[in-house]
Design a protein around this ligand. Sequence first.
Ligand SMILES: C[S@@+](CC[C@H](N)C(=O)[O-])C[C@H]1O[C@@H](n2cnc3c(N)ncnc32)[C@H](O)[C@@H]1O
Length: 304
Amino acid sequence: MQNMETSYHIPVLFKESLDALVLNPNGTYIDLTFGGGGHSRGILERLGPKGHLIAFDKDTDAHENSLNDPRFSLVKHNFRYLKQYLQYLNIANVDGILGDLGISSHQINTDKRGFAHRFNGPLDMRMDPESSLNAAQILDTYSEKELLRVFNEYGEIKNAYRLVHHILPQQNMGRFLTVESFKKAIESLIPQKDPSKYLSQVFQALRIEVNQEMTDLQTLLEDSHSLIKTEGRLVVISYHSLEDRLVKNLLLKGQLQGTTNSDIFGRVSLPFKADPHKAIVPSEAEIAANPRSRSAKMRIGIKN
Ligand SMILES: C[S@@+](CC[C@H](N)C(=O)[O-])C[C@H]1O[C@@H](n2cnc3c(N)ncnc32)[C@H](O)[C@@H]1O
């Protein structure tokens, strides 16, 4: 079992996230992103017999790691529907919510999923294999404006215009069906000096669009304050600046867009208190043991 869980995914900021999250052994907690179940196992170890953990994952593969524990349930749903799901269960609010965003090591290391530019396979990138739109379809069907939005906003790619104008004349010719054929289609744009950096940005942008990652996170964050009890915790581990900016804005400014909401006396009302003020990052030792953790940033909000 130990091998299975670590080969699927090594949980990042494991102790730090659990120390911040689980303060009531009899409480109800949410793991938004079950993956290999590492964080969920840790939460259950800290819960008493009356505690309860509900986990979400939209990837069918993650459900093979499900845990046999009467205090645990795993839901194959998008976490953006957390509010509706809790209403359905008649749960008014919970003691804490953990989100460990992005993709699992299993997803990136499986060639048939198409997440990694270093493997050949179908250019798919769907976390939820039952969702309708994959990366190849985006490249084949999106307009110039839509492609520019994806690569500018989600990949922060220099000269996205050139990339988009390389893609447009090749649409619907079967050139984007696999990782290799897509790389070949944009070959002349890939810098020789650091091809991996450029491809990672292109692949990240496509992945975020395929999985609607930013809108899912926005919905979840907007709902979170009404779902967490006073003094309960929101703990979010993110892996790129777009995600972290939303979490930081919510915790420090009270608004996802980064503007502040103040009353007529100029007092700012914040749904959460950020504790600590700055993001927590993995130690050098954790990064050495698990290089994937390098880009992680964890933010903790205490519900006001
Ligand atoms: C970084 S991994 C989580 C790893 C996990 N913390 C562990 O210890 O193994 C992220 C997981 O969240 C899932 N996921 C990402 N976005 C999701 C969403 N909007 N709804 C449901 N699951 C999502 C992915 O399928 C993936 O399995």
